[in-house]
Design a protein around this ligand. Sequence first.
Ligand code: ZN
Ligand code: ZN
Length: 437
Amino acid sequence: MTSKKFDLVIKGGRVIDPVLGFGQDAYVLIKDGLIAGIETESAEMTRLLKTLDDSQVIDATGKLVVPGLIDVHVHLREPGREDEETIESGCRAAAAGGFTAVCCMPNTTPRIDNQETVKFVQDRAEGATARVYVVGAITKNLEGKELAEIGDLVKMGAVAITDDGHYVQNPDIMRRALEYSKMFKIPVCQHAEDQYLVSGGVMNESFESTRLGLKGSPAVAEEVAVLRDIALCRVTGARLHIQHISTRRAVEAVRQAKREGVNVTTEACPHHFVLTDEEIGKEFNTNLKVNPPIRTREDRQAVIEGLVDGTIDCIASDHAPHAEEEKDCEFDQAPSGMIGLETTLGLVKTYLIDRGYLDWGDAIRKMTSNPARIFGLQGGTLAEGAVADITIIDPDKKWTVRAEKFRSRSKNSPFVGMKLSGQVYRTILGGKVVFEP
Ligand SMILES: [Zn+2]
Ligand SMILES: [Zn+2]
């Protein structure tokens, strides 16, 4: 540490950085939007604090200080559905949820399948309260027929490709996407649900779907899709990232593939490790309708076990805003998706950490350094020289999810009314506080 003046110092908190292997009380020093160092208590630090104004010091006593959280699966809806979300409102929701960076999906209108749309999103994200990384399309118009200009997308800054919302059903096209992606060193992300097997299902195919008389989408639709893509990943030597994994056998397939050295990674969403299909029959809440659907207890437990043993690398929200009038209909007519940016951290704390499945270090790794590594993003660490994207967490703070408090333009969350533990205390982007409750 030098005697240079810092812009901001976070004192008193427990600093957790999975990359540095750091987990103790320390000061985080920030200068010019970058991390200038992590220092433990010393006479020099005491002297330094005296030279700073109160406005330059954040007291994080009793809090956790971690790298800014990264959500690799977010729908920002702009361009096209600005009534549901905009890049600006989505980034405010991100900051309120402790996320300093999000990866946005290309299923907007128009689709993000060309350079102009990538540029549009990047321009709109300028000055927003989170970094926005664009995930481009695999195929033109997400139709699964013809590859998008992947090289152009990457040149413009796309960090990965996906047809999210749609499975790339044609295995030859998927194989070629994987081949191309190697040249650009990006992962190919897959919404792994075989559409022929989904066959219009609106919830998980199970005892519950039969009981409720709703058309089921079987777990095998995901298993088949994941197994095929693992085979294509193996043969191409490319990088495959399975999005929102939700079934026991899909998790097992990824576990096995990783053991064999296949370059596959995966993510899980809070709704798949918190909820089961038994919830749907209670009041037919259309906010419980998601793709892939919430599954059985056995599947939920398998997702949790995948998180515990490292098979599942990332926790992502699949934040999917929908207008209230669109969700206000019969369950089978409703669009799929729920918002998640503002509830993910509390759900991770309440359902994974408090129940003893993950410790804070594991959870933070899946929301910071793993996403940064897989998608090649800035941040994910508090190492000296890294961007000063930092989340300060009040780890045991109790709160209730309230729809009127959401910064998102949409309110479609089945977690409204739920009591959670663990809340964001400050979100810091490039050394500036962008959220405080
Ligand atoms: Zn999806
Ligand atoms: Zn999605």
